[in-house]
Design a binder for this molecule. Sequence first.
Ligand code: UN1
Length: 504
Amino acid sequence: MQGNVTIQENGIKQLDNYIGGAWQEAGNAKYTAVKNPANGEEIAQVRLSTKEDVDLAVKAAKKAQKEWALVPAPERADYLYEIGRIMIEKKEHLSQVLTKEMGKVIEEARGEVQEGIDMAFYMAGEGRRLVGETVPSELQNKFAMSVRAPIGVVGLITPWNFPIAIATWKSFPAIVAGNTFVWKPATETPLMAYEMALIFEEVGLPKGVANVVFGAGSEVGTAMIENPDVRVISFTGSTDTGRRIAELGGRHLKKVSLEMGGKNAVIVLEDADLDLAVEGILWSAFGTAGQRCTACSRVIVHKNVKKELEQRLVEEMKQLTIGDGSDESVKVGPVVNAGSIEKIANYVEIGKKEGAKLLAGGSALTEGELAKGHYFEPTLFTDVKWDSRLAQEEIFGPVVSLIEVESLEEAIEVNNSVIFGLSSSIFSRDVNKVFQAQRDLDTGIVYVNAGTTGAEIHLPFGGTKGTGNGNRDSGKAALDVFTEWKSVYVDFSGKLQRAQIDNS
Ligand code: UN1
């Protein structure tokens, strides 16, 4: 079929960029190995692109954009319907590759691919909406409306933890709105981007609409931001990188949309259904080995149920099977790489020094088969001080900190004390408390009687404060990132009418 990858003698695929509808030649490009975090096996090699590669891709995208913008939006949407259909056909294959390159357990990988499929059909529907407004003019015989206009070439920078879902959150609204894009996936997860490029090619998306450039953020990301023809940068990733992108983007007057860290909490009140709370905490804390922006990393618990919750969590944590995520019975897969293990272990040490009490886990797993991959035990601390580093900083691994409080008001204050504001959750059966919480929790997403993960694609996804910069991925809010509002006035009076003057 399509796709032009060099297969090396040992069977390893060498991934090159997809630019202007063609697969770039290897030339004298440099490559780096992509490894399965579950067992350290090399599964591909990915090109480390240069500024020249980026500029080539932007040029192709710019060339394609003028014509693409003139294709009627419902017709642009037809490509998304087709992409969605092929993703359904390939769902199992994509899920298997996803687990292999990123490590999440296969059931979650299937869920993530489904999230991408959902996004395809949802955004395809936007092709027949892209709603603007018609409003009365203040002057006679004058018509006023606002329309969503495409912006141009957009740059997408996506993370390794949701290598397909987040890419669809950004590329699909970009496509339907009439933009063309250059996408830099994370170097840890290029296979998902390669698979998506194959699908873009298969549906016959006009050349240059979708471009994939592999490589490091420092080289490829920077070149994208500095290229004057890239009008928007949409980024999901770490707070440090996001800050650098905002700074550089600011200098170049780029529209920048950022989705960054989280320090999400589950609040458990004394009237909560504890069985449900335990399930919700385990799923949102240890799913994806805690490597979701939305992962639960704090549990804020009322003092009257603290002991019981601790006991139940410790008990249930023993049931979590850890291992290679392609094994259907495994509940917790590996973390992404050795650097991640080091960071998590470092936070465990910080927690101990800060006086938090370790109730479960706390170590990397290095026995037997697990030694080949990067595994960390699901870890639970209690008696954590709300303002300690353990309770304030993003760890991005399977570590949960329990914090005791005496009231709903205190729980909300503790929840809101972190610099992030992505997701929060409350378990309670008291409708008054629940409504007070959903009003006062300062996060972009609030769950009631569910954990902190599980966002659906037709609602806005994003956070307050240090999690973002006011934009949202997914839902129709995503269109605000990828369109420019244009206000159009049509005067059919045949004379000069001055607004604010001739009608007063
Ligand atoms: C992320 O972790 O960046 O709500 C995305 C969820 C998923 C998306 C997470 N639907 O957990």
